[in-house]
Design a protein around this ligand. Structure first.
Ligand code: GDP
Length: 366
């Protein structure tokens, strides 16, 4: 499963946020496939479509799809130089698919800030520079390997790669993340093979206090971080880690009441989960029946047999076809019978590219 690593300076609220995540962690019994490790939190992806399907089908079980966060504690200034347990942390980030960068946007004199003042843009830059420095090392090592080959032979591939490396290096040296470099599809293949930290998609999390969170747009700290994010075309999610920690122990009804009391439209953690899912190009297809209504994660662009294989390898091996309708149709018509009568049920073959929100019935040979 794909995972987003939580990074940030010390005392910005990472542990508080991770607590909120582990408190809302799914029951292993319902998700036997989830491997739950101490530094990993597996959460349900909130999805109103599943709630609506449950209303219509009255299933015995309702199962949301899940997403994983990994706690990457302790990334500090100097990590790329091996400060502290620097290299260990950097290699932990390397194992993640996206980065969830928590930045302190709350004041609290009792909680020291490692840099002695609240300055979201500076803080974001400190972490980003560490990641960039680590990537620079990777790139320099790669250049040492490829340069010779590109110069002394007519190896086309080596030259094409060198062309990328020669643009990437100054880009990183200028303090820019790899993800913001304009590259061709061919170059994207090289870039992927380096597994650079700053090529991973990032979401900034503005950790705000209980007051600031009621109107993030009016908060100068949030605005400062938002500017950083906009420059990188990255998302920023405002939340209050403390509130999320309180919410994490509550039932859905209690949660809604608590949020209403605070004047908040939704849980910031829920928004974060949804954004993290989206930056990784993840989509959801649904299965619906009287036994079970369930959401399944797939990568955008996957075809029907591969999606069938997510449920069971036999579904893929023996794939015949899929019967498909959209969530909008079941929401509108109310039953599968009505969908059929309206001519909205489609039969799709092995080349069908599954769409987010499709409701799938797979037909297969056993
Ligand atoms: P970490 O070092 O990044 O893991 O930070 P922690 O999660 O341990 O938080 C550091 C301190 O900040 C703790 O005392 C938290 O209770 C406090 N804290 C975390 N989030 C918030 C918040 O949203 N508002 C306020 N006021 N304090 C917070």
């Amino acid at each position: 499963p794909l995972t987003a690593g939580i990074v940030g300076l010390p005392n910005v609220g990472k542990s508080t946020l991770f607590n909120a995540i582990t408190n809302s962690q799914v029951e292993a019994a319902n998700y036997p496939f989830a491997t739950i490790q101490p530094n990993v939190g597996v959460v349900e992806v909130p999805d109103h479509r599943i709630d609506r399907l449950a209303e219509l089908f009255h299933p015995k079980r309702t199962i949301y799809t899940t997403f994983e966060f990994t706690d990457i504690a302790g990334l500090v200034k100097g990590a790329s130089q091996g400060e502290g347990l620097g290299n260990q942390f950097l290699s932990n980030i390397r194992l993640t698919d996206a980065i969830c960068h928590v930045v302190r946007c709350f004041e609290d004199k009792n909680i020291t800030h490692v840099e002695d003042s609240i300055d979201p843009a500076r803080d974001a830059e400190i972490i980003n520079l560490e990641l960039i420095m680590a990537d620079l090392q990777t790139i320099e090592n790669r250049i040492a390997k490829v340069e010779r080959k590109a110069k002394t032979t007519k190896d086309k591939e080596a030259r094409a790669e060198m062309d990328l490396l020669e643009r990437l290096k100054p880009h990183l040296e200028a303090g820019q993340p790899a993800r913001s470099l304009d590259i061709s599809e061919e170059e994207a293949v090289f870039l992927k093979s380096y597994n650079l930290l700053t090529a991973k998609p990032v979401i900034y999390v503005a950790n705000m206090d209980e007051v600031g969170i009621t109107d993030p747009e009016a908060d100068p700290y949030f605005q400062a971080l938002k500017q950083v994010a906009e420059k990188e075309h990255a998302e920023v999610v405002p939340l209050c880690a403390k509130i999320e920690e309180d919410l994490s122990g509550m039932s859905t009804e209690e949660k809604d009441l608590f949020l209403e009391d605070l004047g908040l439209p939704n849980s910031g953690l829920d928004t974060l989960i949804q954004k993290a899912y989206a930056v990784l190009d993840l989509c959801t297809f649904l299965t619906a029946g009287e036994d079970e209504c369930r959401a399944w994660t797939f990568r955008r662009g996957m075809k029907a047999p591969d999606c069938a294989g997510i449920i069971h390898t036999d579904f893929k091996k023996g794939f015949i076809r899929a019967e498909v309708y959209t969530f909008e149709d079941i929401d509108h018509y109310g039953s599968e019978q009505a969908i059929k009568e309206a001519g909205k049920l489609r039969l799709e073959g092995k080349d069908y590219v599954v769409q987010d929100g499709d409701i799938m019935h797979f037909r297969f040979n056993v």
